[in-house]
Design a protein around this ligand. Structure first.
Ligand code: BES
Ligand code: ZN
Ligand code: ZN
Length: 513
């Protein structure tokens, strides 16, 4: 199975003619709610369908609401587009990049319903934002790639009526209003973000018997060779030599060997401190001896979502080559049960030196991350280090599925990430990392225990991690509620979302100026 699937990426180009002139199977344009007048492009398309848009608006059949159900579709013949789709975008004062991604998602889903594989998407110019037209085109390209993604590699191809519906594979993009220049660059950036997030999704969707730690390492190696990234992969012997007793204690109960993947993009000056991205790559979490209940356990194939997002982000970074050094680190293991498995009460020694009493073998993510964080801090002395992990069920209780929990040692870094979350559409929200919670991690026999009891589970998990960051400015994203699940946006499908690939990339982009 290939790592990159460029063959599955939509081919996106800037439209060369106006919305009403391009001869495509489907042209889609967004319409805001409660606007009196039509834009020039909307008017031209309205005319093309004999005033159908005006009629639909007058009759209240189409209001432009921010809803998958509020659209108007017209069929025509002759030159130009064969079908014209008007898509609701909600109130104009609420318009942002996510509005455009959703527009793209709704256009692609309508194309799928119509079995057409090409579309012309006309995006609004986002006049309230700096570089509004550029950002709109970028978000449009991103939304198209994300929406068109479908994980099909494990389904047997059918024939005739059983054949899977074709996917959108070609798109034209243009701006409703003044496009300015830089359309190609906007498409390039949006496509890289989409490609990165789609790689993360492929890895998330692949089940535990396919996406093992060594599989993730192979994918990373192929990607590094393709994009010119440096790569180092640690196996059990190297981990032993590094003294990574925490990571090895999680892998002890499994027949699959652990790996730690280290990818480097050298885009900044030599010796310049890199930005570090670290992701939990737990390819299947049974809970270990503290076994999880069977219901829903299949979802624990998604426990490598943080690692998948780091690999996805490194892919986009390899494509875009920003002028900054970036290192991506993915500690990867299974959490299984055999005669060698770590037992509750066992005391292990982390790479950094602290001993840990393992109270609950299901709190394994913080163990593999402890060794990865101290390794990254010591080897790379990063300017900043961000980790992401499906770390605690408590995070889902606190924030549900709308935002990742954000905790960190550095207020500026936390604020940067929160902003990157808003702009990328992958939001995160702060929880306090106060010392007052630290006593919950005290152990009578070791330096720390690996669980802090029921209250404030996401905070004590982050406090545990903070013991291993060295003196590096660090922040942690708990993505347990946001990495996968039921779709929440029209550019997602049930399963892996690739979250927080775009958030990480947006942060790297702001840091690289
Ligand atoms: N991978 C889980 C966290 C998780 C739970 C992710 C639900 C996604 C959805 C993690 O390894 C885990 O099991 N955490 C335990 C910690 C507890 C034992 C302190 C949890 O949250 O229950
Ligand atoms: Zn667990
Ligand atoms: Zn886990």
């Amino acid at each position: 199975m290939s790592y990159v699937r460029t063959e599955d990426l939509v081919e996106i180009t800037p439209a060369s003619a106006g919305a009403s002139e391009e001869p495509v199977a489907l042209v889609a344009i967004g319409v805001f709610q409660d606007t009196e007048t039509l834009t020039a492009s909307q008017e031209a398309l309205d005319e093309l369908v004999g005033g159908g848009l005006t009629r639909a608006r007058d009759r209240g059949d189409f209001r432009g609401r921010d809803s998958d159900d509020d659209f108007a579709l017209f069929h025509r013949d002759g030159d130009g587009p064969q079908r014209v789709l008007f898509v609701g975008m909600g109130k104009v004062e609420k318009a942002d990049r996510e509005t455009v991604r959703k527009l793209a998602g709704r256009a692609v889903r309508r194309a799928e319903a119509l079995s057409v594989t090409e579309l012309h998407l006309v995006v609004p110019a986002l006049v309230g934002e700096e570089d509004g037209a550029f950002e709109a085109v970028r978000a449009g390209a991103e939304g198209i790639h994300l929406a068109a993604f479908d994980f099909r590699e494990l389904k047997t191809p059918g024939e005739g009526d059983d054949a899977p519906k074709p996917l959108v594979d070609r798109a034209l993009l243009s701006v409703d209003g003044d496009a300015g220049s830089g359309l190609d660059e906007a498409i390039r950036v949006g496509s890289a973000f989409g490609a990165g997030e789609n790689l993360a999704r492929v890895l998330q969707f692949r089940p535990g018997n396919v996406a093992t730690p060594s599989h993730l390492a192979e994918v990373a190696e192929a990607m590094a060779a393709d994009l010119g990234l440096e790569i180092t992969v640690l196996g059990p012997d190297e981990m032993e030599a590094e003294g990574m007793g925490a990571l090895l204690s999680v892998a002890a109960g499994s027949d699959e060997e652990p790996r730690m993947i280290v990818l480097e993009h050298r885009g900044g000056d030599e010796g310049e401190a890199p930005l570090a991205l670290v992701g939990k790559g737990l390819t299947f979490d049974t809970g270990g001896i503290s076994l999880k209940p069977p219901k829903g356990m299949e979802d624990m194939k998604f426990d490598m979502s943080g690692g998948a997002a780091v690999l996805g982000a490194m892919k986009a970074i390899g494509m875009l080559r920003p002028g900054v050094n970036v290192v991506g680190v993915v500690p990867s293991s299974e959490n299984m049960v055999n005669g060698k498995a770590t037992k509750p009460g066992d005391v292990i020694r982390t790479r950094q030196g602290k001993t840990v009493e393992v109270i609950n073998t299901d709190a394994e993510g913080r163990l593999i991350l402890a060794d990865a964080l101290s390794y990254t801090a010591d080897h790379f002395k990063p300017a900043a280090m961000v980790d992401c992990a499906t770390l605690t069920g408590a995070c889902v209780i606190a924030l549900g599925h709308q935002a990742a929990a954000l905790l960190g040692s550095d207020d500026d870094l936390v604020e940067e990430l929160r902003g990157a979350g808003d702009r990328s559409g992958e939001r995160c929200w702060p929880l306090p990392l106060w010392d007052a919670y630290r006593s919950q991690l005290e152990s009578p026999v070791a330096d720390l225990k690996n669980v802090g009891g029921r209250p404030a589970g996401s905070i004590t998990a982050a406090l545990f991690l903070s013991e291993f960051k060295g003196d590096v400015p660090w922040a942690h994203l708990d993505i347990a509620g946001t990495a996968y699940g039921e779709p929440r946006a029209p550019y997602q499908r049930k399963g892996g979302f690739g979250f927080p690939t775009r958030l990480l990339l947006e942060w790297v982009r702001t840091r690289s100026g």
